[in-house]
Ligand binder design. Structure first.
Ligand SMILES: Cc1cc2nc3c(=O)[nH]c(=O)nc-3n(C[C@H](O)[C@H](O)[C@H](O)COP(=O)(O)O)c2cc1C
Length: 246
């Protein structure tokens, strides 16, 4: 197995960081890797806002629902859907941009943001740093927009903590790979049994970590997916001009 595959297959999220800063050189390399990520139509409709200031990280930790690791990790990167940037190009070409009002636009930008997130993760982990993605910034997207001074036609989709690892975490087991990889055609026949096995595996994983609050995968999803857990996304995105009505 080569080094890249080893790093990717060793992934685990880190929620305990040292105060040591991430060097400028490391951060520049991580961001240069993500800068070269592919984007649909070469639109490059993703921007990053890097926050290193401790007070501002503490504020983001609070806005994300009290996630202490956001305040602890020395670097927080917000991945921003940026149809403001593309609009400048479209306008220069004498056209009127519409894509930002569509589900196609939001979906494509979310894909491209995910590629940037994944690239940042692999780059940071390849340098021995720890990471954890933070979707919790969508809990209070309007406050994030104000904190980062984001213009119309942009949206803070997801964040990423990066730092030197203080407390390592074991790899979290995944559901059977047969529920992930389908050859030739989609096959759901093994799902119910695989979910039963995975629920038991995850409870055992939490017990091994001494986490008495750890619950089964299905129970956890039942609690979180029974509602729109970040209901501010739709109205705030619409206020930003990302109407999602086409
Ligand atoms: C888009 C995205 C958003 C996430 N948001 C959060 C978050 O707000 N807080 C957090 O602690 N972990 C967050 N995570 C981390 C997941 O909980 C974690 O990846 C998952 O439980 C699997 O664990 P692992 O990364 O250790 O393998 C997020 C992950 C992704 C991909």
């Amino acid at each position: 197995m080569n080094e890249t595959l080893r790093i990717q297959q060793a992934h685990r999220s880190i929620r305990s960081y040292k105060a040591d800063p991430v060097s400028d050189e490391m951060l520049d390399q991580i961001i240069a890797a993500a800068h070269q990520a592919p984007t649909s139509m070469n639109a490059q409709e993703i921007s990053l806002v890097v926050v290193r200031d401790a007070e501002r990280r503490a504020r983001i930790a609070e806005l994300s629902g009290g996630q202490t690791w956001v305040a602890q990790a020395p670097v927080f990167i917000t991945i921003v859907i940026d149809f403001h940037k593309t609009e400048l190009g479209v306008r220069k070409a004498g056209q009127t941009q519409v894509i930002h009002e569509s589900m196609e636009g939001f979906g494509v930008a979310a894909v491209d943001a995910g590629i940037v997130l994944g690239t940042l993760i692999t780059a940071a982990e390849s340098l021995g740093l720890g990471i954890v993605p933070i979707g919790g910034i969508r809990r209070n997207p309007q406050d994030m927009i104000e904190l980062l001074q984001l213009p119309p036609l942009t949206f803070p989709l997801v964040g990423l903590c990066i730092g030197h690892i203080a407390g390592d975490a074991p790899k979290k087991p995944r559901m059977d790979i047969k529920t992930f990889r389908h050859d030739e055609r989609y096959d759901t026949s093994g799902y119910a049994a695989a979910i039963d096995v995975y629920d038991a595996t995850l409870i055992e994983y939490w017990q091994q970590l001494g986490r008495s609050d750890g619950i089964a995968w299905s129970q956890n999803l039942g609690a979180s997916l029974k509602q729109v857990y970040f209901p501010q996304v739709r109205p705030v995105a619409a206020m930003q001009g990302l109407l999602n009505d086409k």
